[in-house]
Each structure stands twice: as C-alpha cells, then as structure tokens.
Design a protein around this ligand. Sequence first.
Ligand code: ASP
Length: 326
Amino acid sequence: MDLSRRTLLTGTAVAAAGPALARDDAPPAVLVSTWDFGAPANAAGHAVRLAGGSALDMVEAGARVAEADETNASVGLGGFPDREGHVTLDAVIMNGRGDMGAVCALEDIVHAVSVARRVMEATPHVILVGEGARAFALEQGFDTTPLLTPESEAAWRRWLETSNYAPRANSENTDWPGGASDHDTIGILGIDAQGRMAGACTTSGMAFKMRGRVGDSPIPGAGLSVDDEVGAATGTGVGEDILRVSGAHAVVEAMRAGLDPGAACRRVIERLARLRGDKIADHQVALLALDRQGRAGGFALRPGFTYAVTDAAGQTRLVRAESLFS
Ligand code: ASP
C-alpha cells in the first residue's frame, strides 16, 4: 500500500516525540485497526457506521476486507499455511457486553470472522475449533474456498527448502523489522453511533506454524478484549508472547485503572519484556487500544508497527507506533 496516499502521522518517524500515545487534539476515533492494511478495513467499517450499522457490523465488515485480500499473506484467503501446507484461520469477534464468538484452526472458509460471529449468535458456546468449526460453518451456509493461493504455496515451498521444518517467530516478515511486509493479523476496534463498542481479530496465524497451533488472535482476553465501560484492545505479533500476558485484557484493565490507550499498551509491552527478557530478543509484539472516549493508542516491542485511525468524518490517519526497543 502506498502510505503517502493517506495522512501518515510520523511523530516517531520524523521526531522523537511519540505519536502512538493519544493526541489531545486528534478528533475522537470511531475505528482503529492494525497495520497499513487497516485503512481499507476501516473504510469498510466506516461505511457500515454511516449506514446505521452496529459496532459489531462495523468491525466484521472491516475484518472481512483483510480476509478477502489474497495479497495479504497473514489473514484469510492467501494466508501462509502451516508447515504441512494447510491454511488454518483463527478469528474472534465480541461486543463490549460480554457477547463473543471465536473459531480456531478453521479450514476452507474465507470469512472466519463471520463464522465467529455465528458462533456468538447461534450457539451457546464461545469457541469452536478445527473440524467442528468447519462443520458448523457449512451448516450455517458458508461456502468453501481453497485458501492456499499459488503465491502462498510457493512461499511455503521455498520455506521448506531451508527451514528444517521448524516454525520460527516472524518468519512471515521477510524484511523484519519495520519493512513493508512486516505485518500480520488484523485487529479492528470500533465505536458505533450509540457509543457501543466491538472488536474483531482475524489471522492465518504464524506462518508455517506447527499443525494445530493456535496463537493469541482468537482467544478472548489475549488477541481481543472489549468492555463498554472502558474500551477495547487487540494485539498482533508473536501470539505466544501475547498469550503469556493476557495482552488485550491487560491493556483494558490498565485503561480501567486510568491510563490512556497508548500508555496502557506500553505498560503491557514493558511487562512482557520484564517477564521474558532474552527469550523475546527477536520477536515483534504490538498492542492497539481504543477507549470509550475515542482516544486511540498503540505501542510495540520493536519498530515497524503501524495502525490506522478513522474518525467520525471518515478521515483516516496512519500512525507509526513507538516501540520499547529500537
Ligand atoms: N498474533 C498472530 C498469531 O500469533 C499472528 C501475528 O499477528 O503475527 O497467530
């Protein structure tokens, strides 16, 4: 994506001060999402908002944009497969009142986020996995689609040549850290015209992961947390790290304790760094939050994390988050 076509807040990129923390002069956000591909996702969510859709409708619509984009190798169609060559999708969606649904290791269905929403609305459960999730999706009328594109298959075959079949954190980030392809999962958070909040997170997970591996993204409290009383948070990066600190939940609780979104994300990243030390020496983890007042903020372990913020007028700005390490 050509970042120059949108407003890019480059506080840290062009100056020392941090753009990742909420800016008092910024108009309240109604949608935020991870990475540069969050901008078109936010645009879809914003259109739903204008049409009177709920926060759930907004974030689902946004997440579906990334899922349908086959050039995005970390979400939905065209996602990188596991190490055995199967594309398996993880997704969660929730509102700010405890309604939630998720799917893990879903195969052959592009819109995992919409299956997750059906889990939320049409079952007594929160999470369905694997074959059961797929069978449920088919019962609900979802179509099957081969998710492995020629491009993703070629990348997997190249990886097989040198990988010794071992999954590696950030292996999808060919020019990590901070490069154009240094992005993964989409997490999207929204506030509708009634002030209700919702979030969604959808991914094909860590590239070339072990078969059956599930990261943080579909796990409530890890990849996503939403509370109408406080705000919402999501994460991207090495899911194992985010799981270890209940990342999104920890951010929401830090906001409940009074921190603004950027500071809350920073606190949890700092906690992760203290907890894991050298074990996360080459990992990227990023957290993104939106509070109920519409203040947005994010923070990352390492440089390269960008997020998209859209206000009620539909203006989107891309923000480069500050990071703990340079
Ligand atoms: N957090 C996702 C996972 O671990 C992937 C990512 O965002 O890099 O599955």
